[in-house]
Ligand binder design. Sequence first.
Ligand code: AMP
Ligand code: ZN
Length: 303
Amino acid sequence: MTVSYDITNFYNELVAHGLILPNGVKGAYGRGAVFEEIARAFNDLVSRIAKNDGAQEVMFPPVLPRALVEKMGYMDSFPQLAGSVHSFVGNDAAAREISERVHAGLRWEDMLEPTELMLVPAACYPVYPNFSGLLPGGGRLITVLNWVFRHEPSDEPTRLQSFRMREFIRMGQPDDVLAWRDEWLRRGLDLLQGLGLPAQSDVANDPFFGRTGKILAANQREQRLKFEIMVPVISLEKPTAVASFNWHQDHFSSLFGISNADSSVAHTACLGFGLERVTLALIKAHGFDPKTWPEEVRGQLWP
Ligand code: AMP
Ligand code: ZN
């Protein structure tokens, strides 16, 4: 079977099979039952693989304090991706005016005020502030699943504005943290290749904003701080990143005073699987109906 890579066709087929449910806004489609079944099965498979690691599971809402976004430097590096929650706090007259403007087809959003909340820009962001102080000997391992917002509207079904990341976060001694990140990169490749995906890993960088961002991105690559696992989904030449493996060194631990048991500054690293992207990669590789997927793939996802 020769695989072709056509964004519009793939999107239309996903819609025709009820896998995605468009709502008129780019990168904000709904997910059908079968799509969800695949995403859930993959997430559960990750949980089974990581079971003996003993990660502590936490859960956060898809919003986080504005002050935390500021403190973590997101507005310095990625202002173009951020999403902010605004609400109405006016009086009766202002409420009437909003309603009138809505019905007259006029803009009304300037009558909203910023709240204390923003949308979560990466699943691990709400985690770090909870672990200020001394880590236990051996450090910590956390896992979290959350909805993430990024303002990058696109016609590519693989580039969403709202999507889910399954993350693991490791905090501890620099050597342990780096070794953990590298081991998970191998594990992630084994996992995805074992599911019949043509997955490859490579050094990567985050989409830092603007001219200074180019320098930050080059530094990040040079120091090999970020790796991605990529699979061709909508293009052979530009494969899609389905998982990321990030070594933050002491960036977050310094901000939140996270220290090792011996009081040295801890390092942190995180890895994230993009659940929608993995789901779409599996669909691209094996077809629109999981009932017809190879038995060895089904057996792992639905044991
Ligand atoms: P990042 O924090 O950018 O490394 O993203 C972590 C993972 O989330 C990536 O490896 C992707 O699998 C996924 N991801 C990132 N951006 C998007 C997006 N716009 N739409 C869907 N998935 C994404
Ligand atoms: Zn992370």
